[in-house]
Design a protein around this ligand. Structure first.
Ligand code: NDP
Length: 284
């Protein structure tokens, strides 16, 4: 069996086209959707991500305000910038690029983002709403994974889903989303016993580990849907996911590639969340 590839590029293009059309309507009605991004320090990967967000905003008709702050910015200074953006009615979404330098507590900073502007969905309020089934901003990566899964036509209801990874930004919200879709969810992590066997039972397998080739072909159940969140460099320097793609694609029914998969959908979902924040601000 050769899996059908879940085309993140095509799906993301569709999402962004929808956002662009709606943003145009909002602008015509006098609301100019705006995303503010705070970047502290000069982490090269973060700089690339932020530049990507800037391009996405331009493509979607969303204004972007990029605040690039020096690496020695204090937590108090960062909180001050956040308070200003929180009070600015012209800013609809606020995102703090992670990771932050060591002198800043990321939890303290994230909690300072007003929930209605928290387009990353990382604040305790939005996380709590997600877990309790209330309307919220869903973190962009899991939201993208779910949209990719839904694009296959496969319903998660009643299916065995395994999420490998339990981070606050990917694994935990992914598990919550699948549970809300009535899947039977197992979350695996570095202390899990029998991880390979659990994965091999999964009808839906989401890999968010951060290790190239972690999910081998033997760990994929025939006919499974496999979503690869990982972004890694292979020993040869090539961008790759957590899944050993070729053998996994021989067994899965659906599989997302890296590159061309979750990363692009994550970016598209940020645009969608920002548009939603702008729409919500109009209704207040
Ligand atoms: P974290 O490092 O925060 O979490 C990794 C998770 O994997 C942890 O829960 C950890 O377990 C688990 N893990 C690590 N090693 C093992 C192991 N040997 N066996 C089982 N579990 C293990 O990473 P993130 O969740 O932030 O990201 C995961 C991957 O996804 C990374 O490659 C990252 O670059 C990528 N990513 C991609 C995005 C995209 O847009 N495509 C967005 C965000 C992330 P434990 O909790 O026990 O330590």
């Amino acid at each position: 069996m050769a899996a059908q590839i879940i085309d993140g590029k095509a799906l993301a293009a569709r999402v962004k086209a929808e956002v662009r059309a709606e943003a145009e309507q909002l602008r015509a009605a006098g609301t100019y959707p705006c995303l503010a991004v705070l970047l502290v320090g000069d982490d090269p990967a973060s700089a690339v991500y932020v530049a990507g967000k800037e391009r996405d905003c331009a493509e979607c008709g969303i204004e972007s305000r990029m605040l690039r702050l020096p690496a020695d910015t204090t937590q108090a200074q960062l909180l001050c910038h956040l308070a200003r953006l929180a009070a600015d009615d012209g800013v609809h979404g606020i995102l703090v690029q992670l990771p932050l330098p060591a002198q800043i507590d990321p939890q303290r900073v994230i909690a300072a983002i007003p929930p209605q502007k928290d387009v990353d969905g990382f604040t305790p309020v939005n996380m709590g709403r997600l877990l309790t089934g209330q309307p919220c901003f869903v973190p962009c990566t899991p939201a993208g994974c779910l949209a990719m899964l839904q694009s296959t036509g496969l319903s998660p209801a009643g299916r065995r889903a395994v999420v490998v990874g339990r981070s606050n930004i990917v694994g935990k919200p992914m598990a919550a989303l699948l549970l809300a879709q009535d899947a039977t969810v197992t979350v695996c992590h570095s202390k899990t016993q029998g991880l390979a066997e659990l994965c091999a039972e999964a009808e839906i397998l989401v890999a968010a580990v951060g290790r190239a080739g972690f999910i081998t072909g033997e760990m994929v159940r025939p006919g499974a849907a496999v979503i690869d969140v990982g972004i890694n460099r292979s020993p040869g320097g090539r961008l790759c996911g957590d899944v050993d793609f070729a053998p996994a694609a021989q067994k899965a029914a659906f599989i997302s590639p890296v590159p061309g998969g979750v990363g692009l959908m994550t970016r598209a979902m940020l645009m969608k969340n920002t548009l939603r924040a702008a729409r919500m601000a109009r209704q207040v």
